[in-house]
Design a protein around this ligand. Structure first.
Ligand code: AHR
Length: 663
């Protein structure tokens, strides 16, 4: 293979689709349409979700109140007590301790003939609250009015402190039992840095917990649901799978902070909050207010997968904490609860409602099974300790659920001693699917477009589970989601598609980032409290996912796959459902590239083909909140002869997808 190292440089000539000047000057590209090389799995292009960069709390999970249950390490973090005239002991944090281990703390308020404005609490939201004019907001609280009568005036304020909507909640019950009550109101202004005030009026004592505010316009209008614009961006991609809940948060800094799916089910007050390991991971990007409330838990992830037509791919802790952090491991004779968690998860997802965990799922509103097919054992774990644990998990899971495909880790890097050791061992164990991660510079992606050409066709399958081209270097805060990186990923992905016989799943990572609360960059989709945009990398992923096809076709130039010759990368697939040939071309050079395309085996095509192009002469170009689709696919049409040959010119710095209907 002639793999060329190509970097884009500043100003490139723009170009249009144009006929070939002469066939002799330009080699032909032959696409063999009659003998597909292999199937493309429906799972081929998916998404990787992790609660990093305010991905869940403060992001996808639409809760607007931060630290709603006072369980952060600093119980009043995110809250401010408002008192016109200070009096000691008016607002206190109390702790039920062993009476409620999941949610021990609550707030106790004493009102002594207070009127609105005398005494209150303010929540700052997750870097503010995004509020929309005319939208309904649903406020709820758990309370215990132990004496007297105290009203709650609920109000949203803008960045200037002005009221932008609110209502009054009059507790309906008195006594020592906890009650839940809700009120709704409509906001009268749009604000991206809103806050929530609760003013107390009356005389008496009231305890408060799980103070919550949700917008009405969640995904599918589910109460307490997800931010609809964020889910929509995923749904628009029609991803083949969604991997959750990470990433490193699966492992935890130590085992006490690992992700435990059973603690993410049921009533919100029973979901025990833990610190998010991204809270303190990077000293240069601290996020001291980053915790996992688990309002978005495993039931909601399964439901999300179902909503967007993606296979669920949960990844579970394998008895090993993050090896970059504590590297704590559960001794083998204490691994049983971890393995049981995996078995129970399969029952939770797929079990009949008469099973223990199937009943829990049904109790949450989903009697039908979620039809889980894949399960990940460990995230980025490595070494002999990992293999020991994988063997135990595999034996137990396959004995009970032989149909479940297991995903195993090949560590943190796509090469080197750790990778080679795990890859060889897992292959000799006949692992179903091996998860490879590559956070590398753009050139690596160009140079590795042929990475899978030599992989064993009959061995373990590959999950390209986390990848993203880095414009600077891994974990650098200077990494940008620019075109240089996105086009390199597009080039590399031709190699994933060409090798779909080996690569069954792939996902860019990380998925989401909040512009005011990120720890890791680059990321595929960025948000603020009200807005969202997809990066050029998002649009590359989306084009692949929407133009997957059902079968890989051989596509060659001079009998070689197109892996960067003259800066051209290409792959071809067939959609047997629509009888379309789908061609992808990535031109990383500074020149037009013109080729004759020969769809060998095709008799006739329609006279026009559909085309989507992403093109820029500027490798540094990025999208932004203010310019969200600066670099995004442009749809057009290509005139065809109707026979099986046509001329094509692809512009410098471009990614082009063609769909041609065969007749
Ligand atoms: O995607 C960010 C992190 O990168 C993931 O949590 C981890 O798996 C990888 O190291």
């Amino acid at each position: 293979m002639n793999i060329r190292k190509v970097t884009l440089s500043a100003v490139l000539l723009s170009t249009l689709w144009a006929p070939l000047s002469s066939e002799a000057q330009n080699p032909s590209i032959v696409v063999k349409t009659a003998q597909p090389v292999s199937e493309i799995q429906p799972t081929m292009w998916g998404v990787f979700f992790e609660d990093i960069n305010l991905g869940a709390d403060g992001g996808l999970y639409a809760e607007l109140v931060k630290n709603r249950s006072f369980e952060f390490f600093k119980p009043l973090m995110g809250w401010k007590i408002q008192q016109k005239k200070f009096k000691e002991g008016t607002v206190t944090v109390q702790n039920r301790q062993e009476k409620n281990v999941s949610n021990p703390r609550f707030l106790s308020v004493k009102a002594e003939n207070t009127v609105r404005g005398d005494l209150g609490i303010t929540n700052e939201g997750f870097r503010g609250m995004g509020i929309k004019n005319g939208l309904r907001y649903d406020f709820s609280v758990m309370y215990r009015q132990t004496s007297g009568s105290v009203k709650l005036h609920v109000e949203l304020i803008n960045a200037k402190g002005e009221n932008i909507g609110g209502t009054t909640l009059i507790p309906q019950k008195n006594g020592n039992t906890w009650e839940k009550q809700a009120v709704s109101f409509t906001a009268n202004a749009t604000e991206s840095k809103g806050k929530l005030n609760i003013w107390f009026e009356g005389n008496g004592e009231i305890d408060l917990d799980i103070i919550s505010l949700f917008p009405e316009d969640t995904w599918k209008k589910r109460p307490g649901g997800m931010r609809a614009d964020m889910v929509q961006m995923l749904a628009d991609m029609k991803p083949g799978f969604i991997r959750f809940p990470g990433g490193c948060i699966v492992e935890g800094f130590d085992l006490s902070q690992r992700y435990q799916w059973k603690k993410t089910l049921g009533a919100l007050e029973d979901r025990q909050l833990i610190i998010n390991r991204w809270n303190f991971e990077f000293s240069h990007r601290p996020a001291p207010d980053y915790f996992q409330s688990f309002g978005l838990g495993f039931f909601e992830y399964f439901q999300l997968a179902e909503d967007i037509g993606a296979e669920a791919l949960p990844i579970l802790n394998c008895g090993m904490a993050c090896q970059f952090n504590s590297a704590e491991i559960a001794p083998l004779d204490q691994l049983e609860p971890y393995v049981q968690d995996a078995l129970d998860l399969i029952e939770f997802a797929n079990g009949d409602v008469s099973t223990t965990w199937g009943k829990v799922r049904a109790g949450m509103g989903h009697p039908a099974p979620f039809r889980l097919k894949f399960l990940g054992v460990g995230n980025e774990n490595w070494g002999p300790q990992y293999l020991e644990r994988v063997k135990i998990f595999t034996k137990a899971i396959k004995a009970k659920y032989p149909e479940i495909k297991l995903v195993n880790s090949s560590g943190t890097d796509p090469n080197g001693e750790r990778f080679d050791y795990l890859n060889n061992e897992l292959r000799s164990m006949k692992a179903d699917i091996i998860d490879e991660h590559y956070y590398r510079q753009a050139d690596w992606f160009l140079q590795n477009a042929a990475r899978y050409d030599s992989y064993d066709r009959n061995g373990s399958k590959v999950f390209a589970g986390e990848y993203a081209a880095q414009s600077d270097k891994t974990v650098s805060v200077d990494n940008k989601n620019n075109w240089k990186c996105a086009i390199a990923e597009a080039a590399f992905m031709t190699g994933l598609e060409r090798n779909a016989q080996v690569v069954n799943m792939a996902s860019y990572a990380p998925l989401f980032a909040h512009v005011d609360g990120w720890q890791w960059t680059p990321d595929m989709i960025w948000v603020d409290n009200l807005r969202i945009y997809g990066t050029p990398n998002y649009y590359v992923q989306k084009l692949y996912s929407l133009n997957k096809g059902t079968h890989v076709l051989s596509m060659t130039q001079n009998n070689q796959a197109l892996t960067g010759q003259d800066g051209l990368f290409a792959s071809a697939s067939l959609d047997k459902n629509t009888n379309e040939v789908i061609l992808k071309f990535v031109n990383t050079s500074k020149q037009d590239i013109s080729r004759e395309i020969n769809l060998e085996g095709v008799k006739k095509t329609e006279k026009t083909g559909k085309v989507w192009t992403m093109q820029s002469n500027d490798p540094e170009v990025v999208n932004s909140l203010n310019n969200p689709v600066q670099l995004s696919p442009k749809e057009s049409a290509i005139a065809l002869s109707g026979k099986n040959k046509f001329a094509l010119t692809v512009a410098p710095g471009s990614f082009t997808v063609l769909r041609i209907k065969t007749l």
